[in-house]
Ligand binder design. Structure first.
Ligand code: SAM
Length: 277
C-alpha cells in the first residue's frame, strides 16, 4: 500500500531541479516537427494546490519554488511561463507537476503516457487531464508499463522516472528498468530522479550506470546541505541518459545560482558527465 503523496512536497527544491531539467529536454525535443512520446512512469496528481492542508503542513514549496523570483532568472523564462499559466492572478497558488509541465510542450502529433498507482492521486490525475486528448492516464505500475511501450512508434521520447522511493527496492528497480528499457530503445532520453538520504545508496546507483555499458549519462544534483544521516533528504538529483547537447551547459549556469538561492550551510551541486559517448 503506497502512502506517499506528492501534495506534501510539491514545489520543493527537488521539484525545482527535476522540472528545470525536463523543461530543457522538452524544449529541445520540440525543435523538430517529428512527433515524440512523453512517458511519465510516476506521474503524481498533475497539479497541486499550495494552499491545501497537505502543502501548508510542511511548507516545502516556500523553501523551493517560493524562493525564486522571475526577475532574477531570465534563463528559466519557460519555467516561469508555465507557473504563470496555472496562476493567472499572479500569486503562486498552484504548482504544476511533471504531467502539466510536459503538456506545455506537447503538440498535436505528440503523445503522452502517465502512470500513477496511488488510487487518490490517479483519480486526481484523471480529472486534471480529462480535457486533454493526447494523454493516456494508466492506473498501473509505471516500471512495467514503460517496458510495454518501448520502442515507441515515434522513435523519439522523453521518459521521466520519478519514484518516491518509499519502497526501498525502487533503488534497484530503477536501474533494472532503465537497463531493460535502454536495450529496447537505446536512443530515448531517460531522466531519473533520485533523493540523497543515504549517500552510499546513490554512489552505488551511479556506479551501476557507469559500469552498465549505457552511453551518454549525465548527472545533475542540488544539495541544500552536507550529506547527512538519519535526517531525511539533503540533496536530490537527476541522472539523464541521452541528454540534449544543451543540457550540461544550461545546468552549469543554473545550478551554482540555485545552490546560492536554495541551499544552506554546506550546500553544493554536481553537474557532470558520468559516461561519455
Ligand atoms: C514523486 S511523485 C511524482 C511526482 C511527479 N512526477 C511530478 O514531478 O510532479 C511519485 C508518484 O509515484 C507514484 N508511484 C509509486 N510507485 C509507483 C509505480 N510503481 N507506478 C506508478 N506510480 C507509482 C506515487 O503514488 C507518487 O504519486
Amino acid at each position: 500500500m503506497l502512502s506517499y503523496r506528492h501534495s506534501f512536497h510539491a514545489g520543493n527544491y527537488a521539484d525545482v531541479i527535476k522540472h528545470i531539467v525536463i523543461i530543457e529536454i522538452l524544449e529541445h525535443l520540440i525543435k523538430k516537427d517529428r512527433a515524440f512520446d512523453y512517458i511519465d512512469t510516476h506521474a503524481g496528481a498533475g497539479l497541486y494546490n499550495l494552499q491545501s492542508g497537505h502543502a501548508v503542513k510542511l511548507q516545502e514549496y516556500s523553501q523551493g519554488v517560493g524562493k525564486l523570483k522571475r526577475e532574477d532568472w531570465p534563463e528559466l523564462a519557460t519555467y516561469f511561463d508555465i507557473l504563470a499559466k496555472h496562476n493567472s492572478d499572479g500569486d503562486l497558488k498552484f504548482y504544476p507537476g511533471s504531467p502539466f509541465i510536459a503538456m506545455h510542450f506537447l503538440r498535436g502529433q505528440d503523445r503522452s503516457w502517465l502512470y500513477e498507482l496511488h488510487p487518490k492521486d490517479a483519480e486526481l490525475l484523471l480529472k486534471n487531464m480529462a480535457k486533454i486528448t493526447r494523454v493516456r492516464v494508466m492506473r498501473e505500475d509505471g516500471f512495467k508499463g514503460l517496458l510495454s511501450l518501448l520502442p515507441p512508434i515515434s522513435r523519439r521520447a522523453l521518459v521521466l522516472i520519478d519514484p518516491s522511493y518509499e519502497i526501498k527496492t525502487d533503488y534497484a528497480t530503477v536501474f533494472d528498468t532503465i537497463s531493460s528499457a535502454y536495450k529496447k530503445f537505446p536512443t530515448g532520453t531517460y531522466a531519473l530522479w533520485y533523493p540523497v538520504v543515504d549517500r552510499k545508496i546513490i554512489d552505488q546507483l551511479e556506479r551501476k550506470f557507469i559500469r552498465s555499458g549505457i552511453k551518454k549519462v549525465q548527472r545533475f544534483e542540488l544539495a541544500i546541505a552536507q550529506d547527512q544521516f538519519d535526517t531525511g533528504m539533503s540533496a536530490s538529483g537527476m541522472i539523464v541518459i541521452n541528454p540534449p547537447w544543451t543540457l550540461l551547459d544550461k545546468m552549469s549556469q543554473v545550478l551554482p545560482k540555485l545552490v546560492t538561492t536554495l541551499g544552506g550551510d554546506g550546500a553544493f551541486f554536481k553537474c557532470d558527465e558520468l559516461v561519455g559517448e
